[in-house]
Design a protein around this ligand. Structure first.
Ligand code: ARG
Ligand code: ZN
Length: 882
């Protein structure tokens, strides 16, 4: 069944209070829900009450304390219908039974390593009890949890703890009360044996909050970084947005089996342990950065998501886009703003642009869905965040902040819409944001073509902008031509020899030009010499830019632009030109990429000499070539992934050869002082990043020397970052040294699932034909399990989504493996299976032979009987005729 935004209707009934009594049992957990209901004045009077369920067994039901009469209700595992509900407030008492141990979907109540936990977003609460499981039904919850003490000494719920006690010799209970009305998707409970680290935080309002992070016993030492990240997040949201925490406790629980990254349940955030646990010898710098960002993300949801929630699931970007924007800002403030911005854009281009260009393209606010869990996408999250960022650019930071305040003030305690969000900013700024709101409605990545012309006599410089949006056949906008978007262009002019050009244009305010029509021109006056335009500084809009800058102009920007992002972008586009040219031509692996390659290496040499040591993190990014997926996007059609790999490898070899001595010198200059204490901070991480980028390029050019250095690093490294980087470098050089290094690493990590995940991933990404068998072999590794989403992601998704040459093997065996795992997984965990199937997103872009292979694998999946709605939705949309 299809759900449509246009069909939204308020619920016919509301639930004001929920009292839950949950008696935990491994296979027969009993849940008694006492629901205080009433007819919704905005609903249809006299309508039947239909409560959602999913795989539920009803044990008992009472209406206002009385058994329901014969024929008064209809019950299936998926729904409980009360045909003639009272047209006044009434109470339903419902007892259901569920089996947490058999719950392999990891939605609703399940067990992870013996720990009872829940995941209710988007529609998992209906797997616990019959309910109006929709976000616009908000209730105050009181939860009593009862369990065997030995099995679950820790019992956690939403809100504040209000009571606890013993029951006989072996059982105990805890009662939690959450005073803030919330939708069912924010419900959570946890019961298990867990270790705890804690601290106190005093809010700006003077509330003393007990903050705790719960992890597997024995791993408490790995929770300190996450605990500290909570405190920093709380302080940042007060400082930056004036948002304080609103309960007496804030708990974070790490579990090993989790479908996504983490979940913002009110007062009880539940995390994939990958995004909590960190120690120098098990976590990389990237892990530390991710933990900090996701802790912040889930915490920030307390305001953008929980206090103000979503009216319906079409508004998902209202909380996710906004909260990603907020966590990005947090990371930028805590770390390096330009470095973080580049990382954000790389993610957007590698994940969201392909999504927007393929068969799964959808607007940031979709208009219809079959399975909402398939819409937790890069488009909703990442492009959603870009929209909020553009809004800030358009309005300026002060007005934006006042708009946020107004949004929180007006919408607090409500289930809101994108319109409510924009209305707050429109009211605050006095601007009409109707045209801007098209960003939420129109799918596809816009292209902005720009050309510049200098008129020496008139001393003017004219920029012409032309925007175009691909026509994407969404249901709501079938065939309709897309309308122009409001695109903030942050720009500046750079003098050919460096330094800013002091030119004026009345259309540019605070460095921002707003492109609102299909075509527009911008005239600067007082320009004596031809300048180099620096456009979309800081990546001010999620668009593709077509701009005929010459190589020299790009080199000028790389050397002199005042905007760090555009300096990096200049290096990227210089490299991209070389890469696309070679890949399109199907060029063989070569010792060098010709004169274009040489120009790039010369510029990079100058860059490295000048400032690599001043900002190593930035330098590492400048040295990193565009990824294979990004190159494929730039080519657009008839893509040959092997040709892309060869082009990239050729350029890597050239960089490594031409910059080799410099890179080795940098590596030495940045070496860790022996015995220096570990710090995960951005500056230390940046030094490690540049050192390892240098090692990687040196090895590309000279595998023998590089392997020796990497093997030495593998033995001496004291951080997981350096060990893993060395292993990654070695893994690209076929031979005995590689196999020995892999074996040793695997042995040493035998008891560390999260480290083994890195080891699985690295092997799954080796760009060689032997990888397919390697992956099949690793699927039989004792630590691998299809039941654990992290294992599936590290071994299988790394292969299918991050190893383009092997996923797209010309013989189709990469597609077959992926399809096979999708089908094997679908019966257990449809959400993870569906996510894996999105690897086929790019199937129409590849050259004919591969395309046919991919299509037949996809069809095989699509035609398998008994598919989950999740997988059948992705398969169906992937194959839909264009
Ligand atoms: N709201 C979570 C977040 O922080 C994501 C939960 C998604 N879960 C799901 N089963 N779809 O982004
Ligand atoms: Zn989120």
């Amino acid at each position: 069944t299809i759900v449509r935004l246009a069909d939204y209707r308020p619920s016919d009934y509301l639930i004001d209070r929920v009292d839950l009594d949950v008696r935990l049992h491994p296979t027969e957990t009993r849940v008694t829900a006492t629901l205080a209901l009433r007819p919704n004045p905005a609903g249809e009077p006299g309508a039947p009450l239909v409560l959602d369920g999913d795989e539920l067994t009803l044990l008992a039901i009472a209406l206002d304390g009385q058994p329901t009469g014969p024929g008064a209700i209809a019950v299936t595992p998926r729904a409980l219908t009360l045909h003639q509900p009272p047209q006044r407030p009434f109470v339903l008492e419902i007892e259901t039974q569920v089996n947490p141990s058999a719950n392999t979907k990891l939605m609703g109540l399940y067990r992870s390593n013996g720990v009872y936990c829940t995941q209710c977003e988007a529609d998992g609460f209906r797997r616990i009890t019959y309910f109006l499981d929709r976000p616009d039904v908000m209730a105050v919850y009181t939860t009593r949890i009862e369990a065997e003490r030995h099995e679950a000494p820790v019992l956690l719920g939403n809100g504040n703890p209000v009571a606890a006690g013993e029951l006989g010799l072996t059982r105990h209970y805890a009662v939690w009360h959450d005073p803030h009305p919330k939708p069912a998707y924010l419900f959570a409970l946890v019961g298990g044996r867990l270790g705890r680290v804690g601290s106190r935080f005093t809010t700006m309002e003077g509330r003393s909050v007990e903050v705790a992070v719960y992890v597997e016993p024995g791993k408490e030492g790995r929770a300190d970084f996450a605990l500290d990240a909570v405190a920093r997040s709380m302080a940042w949201d007060e400082r930056t947005f004036g948002r304080a925490y609103d309960l007496d406790v804030f708990n974070v629980v790490a579990v090993s089996d989790f479908n996504m990254g983490a979940m913002e349940n009110k007062g009880l955030n539940i995390f994939n342990d990958k995004y909590v646990l960190a120690s120098p010898d098990t976590a990389t710098d990237a892990d530390y950065a991710n933990i900090e960002a996701i802790i912040a993300h889930e915490y920030f949801h307390n305001w953008s998501g929980n206090r103000v929630t979503c009216r319906d699931w079409f508004q998902l970007c209202l909380k996710e886009g906004l909260t990603v924007f907020r966590d990005q800002e947090f990371s930028s403030d805590e770390r390096s703003r330009p470095v973080h911005r580049i990382a954000e854009v790389r993610t957007l281009r590698a994940r969201q642009f392909p999504e927007d260009a393929g068969p799964l393209a959808h607007p940031v606010r979709p208009q219809a869905y079959r399975e909402i869990n398939n819409f937790y996408t890069a488009t909703v999250y990442e492009k959603g965040a870009e929209i909020v960022r553009m809004l800030r650019t358009l309005l300026g930071p002060e007005t934006f902040r006042r708009g946020m305040d107004r949004y929180f003030a007006i919408c607090d305690g409500t289930a809101a819409t994108v319109e409510d969000f924009l209305a707050a900013f429109a009211a605050e700024s006095g601007r009409d944001l109707t045209a801007f709101s098209r960003w939420y409605e129109q799918a596809g990545t816009p292209t902005v073509a720009v050309s510049g012309r200098h008129d020496a006599a008139a001393r003017t410089y004219t920029l012409t902008f032309r925007q175009s949006l691909p026509v994407i056949a969404t249901e709501a906008a079938a065939g309709a031509a897309p309308r122009p978007l409001v695109i903030p262009v942050v720009l500046g002019l750079v003098a050919p020899g460096g330094g800013p050009v002091e030119a004026v244009s009345e259309r540019v305010r605070d460095g921002v030009f707003v492109l609102e029509t299909a075509e527009d021109t911008l005239v600067f006056t007082g320009v004596t010499a031809p300048p180099v335009p620096s456009l979309f500084r800081g990546f001010s809009a999620p668009v593709k830019v077509e701009h005929a800058l010459t190589r020299d102009e790009r080199l000028t920007l790389l050397a002199h632009d005042g905007d760090a992002f555009n300096r990096w972008q200049a290096a990227q586009s210089l490299a991209m030109e070389v890469l696309v040219g070679r890949a399109r031509a199907g060029a063989p692996l070569g010792p060098g990429a010709g004169p274009e390659g040489e120009a790039l290496t010369r510029a990079l040499a100058t860059f490295l000499d000048g400032e690599a040591l001043a900002d190593p993190a930035f330098a590492a990014l400048v040295l990193t070539l565009p990824g294979e997926q990004e190159i494929a996007q730039a080519i657009g059609a008839e893509v040959d992934p092997d040709a892309i790999w060869r082009a990239r490898q050729t350029l890597r070899v050239q960089l490594g050869r031409d910059l080799g001595p410099r890179l080795l010198a940098l590596r030495d200059a940045l070496a860790e002082a022996p015995g220096a204490p570990f710090s995960p901070d951005a500056a230390s991480a940046g030094r490690r990043a540049l050192r390892n980028a240098a090692l990687d390029l040196v090895t590309a050019a000279d595998p023998e020397t590089g392997t020796a250095l990497a093997v030495a690093q593998l033995d001496s490294a004291v951080t997981m970052t350096d060990r893993l980087a060395a292993l990654a470098t070695v893994s690209l050089v076929p031979g005995e040294a590689r196999e020995a290094a892999l074996t040793r690493f695997g042995e040493a990590s035998r008891h560390e699932p999260l480290v083994l995940d890195k080891w699985f991933a690295l092997q799954a990404m080796i760009p060689e034909p032997g990888t397919l068998d390697r992956v099949r072999g690793l699927m039989r590794h004792p630590a691998f399990s299809l039941g654990n989403p992290n294992r599936v992601r590290s071994l299988i998704a790394s292969f299918s989504l991050n190893n383009p040459t092997q996923f797209h093997r010309p013989d189709g065996a990469g597609y077959d493996l992926t399809a096979e795992v999708v089908l094997a997984l679908d019966g257990k965990n449809p959400q993870v299976a569906a996510r894996l199937l999105t690897a086929f997103n790019t199937w129409r872009m590849v050259e004919d032979g591969r395309r046919r292979q991919a299509e037949s694998a996809l069809r095989r999946v699509a035609e398998t009987p008994g598919l989950s709605p999740d997988v059948s939705d992705i398969a169906g949309r992937s194959l839909a005729p264009v």
